[in-house]
Design a protein around this ligand. Structure first.
Ligand code: FEO
Length: 395
């Protein structure tokens, strides 16, 4: 329990040991937190809970922070089980307590838990007075699920946006100014790239809407990671930037290779790119976690994908990366493909087609080589990289 503002407390869980999230999809090197907030006013409200494996620990700690029977309202900003997993145990102890959520939230909670709790459906503009404070609800569909919403605590200038502006980051403090800034910035963009990137247009629209509401905000407390109290609007501005056609000044060369032919091509293409004064990150997709590979792809101005041809198709790590790129709905990036092969050689064209279908502007036909590239083919890869770098500079 930690008081954030007068009578407003963090009552969450720090999950130091979490290494994978969303099943095994997302690597979480720094663990995570499930942030839950308790507001003790004339009425007592609880906003979000914690993941199911922590339900006993969560409810035990909560019962030390407040007499559970004194909780008047529970707000569920988002039904995903990392925030709602403790609800069944909590509501078994305080049955009938109203659960405030969106229409979609109620549908999804029913599907998760097969319980028909006392749902109170709220929309943007709905308010719940607590006394000194008032909860104002703002629907935020697809940030990042259809049911998501933000809760604004009027009177405290506090925004509780659930997953938005979060990070999978457990540390000993609570606030952004207490965190290692390098770790925090890295985890924030990893989280955005892997969870929120597909919804960039909706994120910009939601931020525009929030700004038009002129809500005073001096603290943003998401459901994972730090609470933003030092310059809290900075993370909002960064989200606005990331949600546009975001690109940093480097090219990501992501490949997988069987007998180093494709690796040699990746290195030669990288040499061509750096010859043109653009940085290149060369990444073996099979030897790096896809969470981090996709983050570099999200950040890059250009994406070069390479794969050996295997059974007329892609090596499986590159198939996964191509699928990840498809889902991210990236905009404003250039791409191309390459790879070595033994006889049929389909992989580079499959990658090139996949990039194009994913909204990436493909700059050139894929470049290929049989088995190990010759000196001439290596020189052609260098030239290919130089041409790609020139296209990046001109975009
Ligand atoms: Fe942190 Fe969408 O759950």
């Amino acid at each position: 329990m930690k008081e954030l503002k007068k009578n407003i407390y963090w009552v969450g869980i720090k999950d130091w040991e979490l290494k994978r999230f969303h099943g095994d999809e997302f690597v979480t090197e720094k663990g995570s937190t499930y942030n839950s907030y308790l507001i003790k006013d004339e009425k007592t409200a609880l906003v979000d809970t914690a993941w199911g494996p922590f339900k006993e620990a969560y409810v035990d700690a909560l019962s030390q922070a407040v007499d559970l029977s004194a909780i008047d309202y529970i707000v569920c900003n988002h039904s995903e089980t990392d925030h709602s997993g403790a609800l069944p145990l909590l509501l078994s102890k305080i049955p009938g307590t109203p659960v405030y959520c969106t229409q979609k939230g109620a549908q999804m909670l029913k599907r998760h838990y097969h319980e028909d709790w006392n749902f109170q459906i709220v929309k943007t503009g709905s308010a719940l007075p607590l006394g000194e404070y008032e909860l104002n609800f703002v629907e935020a569909p697809m940030l990042h699920w259809p049911d998501s919403m933000f809760t604004y605590v009027k009177g405290a200038s506090l925004l509780l946006p659930n997953d938005a502006f979060g990070q999978h980051y457990a540390f000993s403090g609570f606030f952004n100014d207490e965190a290692d800034p390098c770790e925090l910035n890295r985890e924030a963009i990893i989280y955005y790239a892997n969870i929120l990137a597909p919804f960039g247009k909706m994120i910009r629209a939601k931020i525009d809407q929030l700004k038009s509401m002129n809500l005073p905000i001096d603290m943003i407390a998401p459901s994972h990671g730090v609470i933003w109290r030092d310059n809290p609007m900075e993370i909002v501005e960064r989200y606005y930037e990331w949600a546009g056609e975001y690109r940093e000044d480097f090219v990501a060369i992501v490949y997988d290779t069987m007998w180093h032919g494709t690796k040699q091509m990746a290195e030669a293409i990288g040499a061509g790119i750096t010859k043109q004064g653009i940085k290149a990150k060369i990444i073996n997709a099979a030897r790096n976690d896809s969470t981090h590979v996709l983050t570099d792809i999200f950040r890059a101005a250009g994406i070069l994908l390479g794969s050996s041809t295997y059974n007329n198709g892609l090596l499986h790590s590159m198939a996964g990366i191509a699928e990840g790129i498809r889902g991210m709905k990236l905009r404003g990036k250039l791409g191309a493909a390459f790879g070595s092969y033994g006889w049929s050689g389909e992989a580079p064209q499959i990658l090139s087609d996949s990039l194009a279908k994913s909204g990436i502007k493909v700059t050139a036909e894929p470049i290929k080589a049989v088995n190990n590239p010759t000196e001439e083919e290596i020189a052609a890869c260098v030239a290919y990289g130089e041409a790609f770098a020139r296209a990046v500079k001109e975009q």
